[in-house]
Every structure is written in structure tokens, then in C-alpha cells.
Ligand binder design. Sequence first.
Ligand code: P61
Length: 460
Amino acid sequence: MVRPLPQAEPFRIKVVEPVNMTTREERAKKIESTGFNLFSLKSTDVYIDLLTDSGTSAMSDNQWAGIMLGDEAYAGSKNYYNLLAAVQDVMGFQYVVPTHQGRAAENLLLSIMLREGNFVPNNMHFDTTKAHVLHKSGIPVDLVRQEAFDPISQYPFKGDMDLERLEDFLAENCERVPLVMLTVTCNSGGGQPVSMANIRGVSAIAKKFNKPFFIDACRFAENAYFIKQREEGYRDKSIPEIVREMFSYVDGCTMSAKKDALANIGGFLAMNDVKLYQETSGLAVLFEGFPTYGGLAGRDMEAIARGLREVVDEEYLAYRVGQVKYLGDLLIKYDVPIIEPVGGHAVYLDAKRFLPHLPQWQFPAQALGVELYIEGGIRGVEIGTCLSGRHPKTNDHDYPKLEMLRLTIPRRVYTDRHMEVIAVACANVWDRREAITGLEFTYEAPILRHFTAKFRRLGK
Ligand code: P61
């Protein structure tokens, strides 16, 4: 019998960053002193940092080498042209406006397109997109399929837009919809993928109503990998082919290069329409910088250009998505409730099932995040009531259907041993779940409140 070799990292580790170990008592004090806000911890007080996969990737030797080739040209940087060529080759768009990060691309696109009272349909808005729509007096509308809200539904593409609802919505509100968006993978819904059939379907509907269609492409390569694994007709296609097909159905994309471009900073807006390029690059001068650097140093654009070409490597993606699944499978083994199937960049703990005794107004996912930090020095991020903010009309908490603690895995950073530590720490918190109490605000900022909120513990 020939044993199949286990799948391991398709790279060697060349540089390491030592991390601090802390005691449980120290961590309990530190988190209390921040007002129970995980964003306020110092990174040196965290052992395994799962706050985000954004800007936290380990860059490759090729990317670091590219950093040395960064030029400092204000205009016409060679690195901009390398970035443009990478976007044209990998994604197929004609024009690129570099930006300092993803939300800046959202700002440019939505500032040009949105008028007061306009709707933006999306499968599910991520918080920065939602905040930009609201900031421009627009109304974000989430039209994801219902399966997305069932944490144990095994539907393979829980990020899909509900096409029927999109079509009805456009038929009713056509005048007030300037563009249609789709977030791949769907971060607010558990990192769940969107199928090619759905991208094609959204594109057809957008065309029918003559609306531009933009993808929020932060995690486009992970999405392509799921299409290859799960969708009929794609098993024998290469990842670059799948990526090109995904983008062939859209007019452009917003991109945070801090995710699937494997870079530590940066983003861009890409599109095919020259008029939109002229308008958005003009606005970029005001908010980002000259359109051939967009708030980035040449070296950062070079790292993005190289990362975009690297990320579509299938072996890398098999390792990447495989590691996230490894953690998910361990948690399932320990009976810890998670959103299933496991997404592309993170495992999401289901706080409603984890802490059923805490109502949403007591921020159960945040309370869970605090306990996991105390237990193992592990920092997750709340994707729940605090992040969701207040409803613009009622001013009550805008309670999300899913209340989650996201354990976001940085790319190429942690080993499977780290995944085992995380799983055991979660299992220990699960065992003492009944003793966990809720939280209430002592400070709340008006926008993106989760970054600075302060809480106190409620009694039993
Ligand atoms: C994240 F706590 N995501 O998931 P920028 N679209 C999508 C994103 O996931 C995204 C952006 C646009 C982050 C970072 C983050 O409250 C938070 O480059 C689908 O971060 O501007 C970012 O890209 C924006 C974490 C953002 C947060 C906002 O961890």
C-alpha cells in the first residue's frame, strides 16, 4: 500500500518573529485595563493573533526582493506599471487606481457613483463598505441567500446572492440603484464562497437593468479555489483561468491588497471604463495621491504586483484553505459550535450557540473573545452586535442574524501546532461556558464603534 503523503506547507520558513508568552493572570489584568476591547491590546501581549488576515501575511522572498526594487518616483513609477500589468494579467481589468488600502478604493468608487438616498445591493456588506455607503447618505442592502444565516447548513456557496430578490429589488428600485456589488468571499457571512454561476447570474441581472457590477475582490483567489473544489465543471480548470472568468463578468473591483495580494499594505480600484477611471483617478489626487502611486511607496506597489501573481498558485491555496479547515475540523471534534462549512480565511465561532444564556444586547461574541484571550493569549475579533453598529432609523443596535467570534488565520504565518493550541483553548472555554457573563458599554463612538468601544462586565 502506498500511503498518501500528508499535505504540508509549500514553503520553508526563513525569518521568524519571537512572540511573548504571558500568564493567565497577566492577561486577565491587561484585558480588563483595555475596557475589554481586543483592539486596544498591544500586539506584544498577544500569543496567537487572529484579529485579522489583513496586512498580516508573511511575504515571500520574491516579494521582499521586489521591495528593494521600489522606486521613489512621484509620477510614472515603474512599480505602478508592474502593478498595472499584474492586474491586467491576473484579473483582466484595463485601468488601475492604487489606493492606500481597500476602504480607500471603496471611497473613490462610491463617492463618484452614489447620490443621497441611493441603494447599494450586495450579498453582504463588510463594515467598511457599509460605512462608506452610509457616509455618502446611501442605503446598504444585503441580499445574500437565506442559507447564509443557518450556521449548520452545508450549502457549498453560502456567499451567493439571492438572484430572485436582487431582480425584484432592481425592478422596484431601479432609479435609485447606481451599481451592484458582490463580496467574494463573503466576510460578514463566515468567509463563505460565491459560485461562478452566481457571479454570472448577478452579472446578467445587472446588465438587464443597465447597472455597473463591481466585485469586492479582497479574497478572490480563495474564492476561486472553492469554485474549483466545489462547482461542477471547474475541477479541471486552473486557478488563473477561474479567476479570469470570475472577473470577465464584472465592470471592475475594489481590492484590499492586504488580503489576497499577500501584501502588508495597499489596495486598488480596477475597472474597464475609461470615463470612470478618469473620474476616480481625479478624485484619488485629493484623497490618496498622484494616480501612479495612490498613497503607496513604489516598494509597496511592487509587493502587491508580485503577491497577485503568487496568490493564484494552487498549491499555496490548497495549503491555505486546508489550514483553516484543519482548525475547523478540530473544533468540530471538540463539539465547539462553529459556522459550517468552514470558510476560506477564518473559522467563525457561533456565539449564539456557544453562549445561549447571553442575549445579543450583552455582546456574547465580544464576551467570548475576552475569555479566549484570557484562556490562551489568543485574539479573535467580534463579528456581531458591536461591529454591526446602530440602525440609522431606530438607533437601536442593528442586531445581526449571526453573532460570531472570528478566528482569522494570517497567511503563511502560523503552523498547524498553533491551530492545535487554538482548538484546545476554545475547548477549555467551551467547558466553562455557563460561568461566562455578558458585557455592556461604558463608551461607544458614533462610527465604527468596535475599534474604540469600552465595556464592563455584567453580573450574573
Ligand atoms: C478584516 F475589524 N477587512 O476582515 P481595508 N472589504 C472586505 C474586507 O474584509 C475589508 C475591506 C473591504 C478586514 C480589516 C478590517 O472593522 C474592521 O484594506 C470584504 O482594511 O481598508 C477589510 O479593506 C477593507 C478589520 C476592517 C476590522 C474593518 O479583518
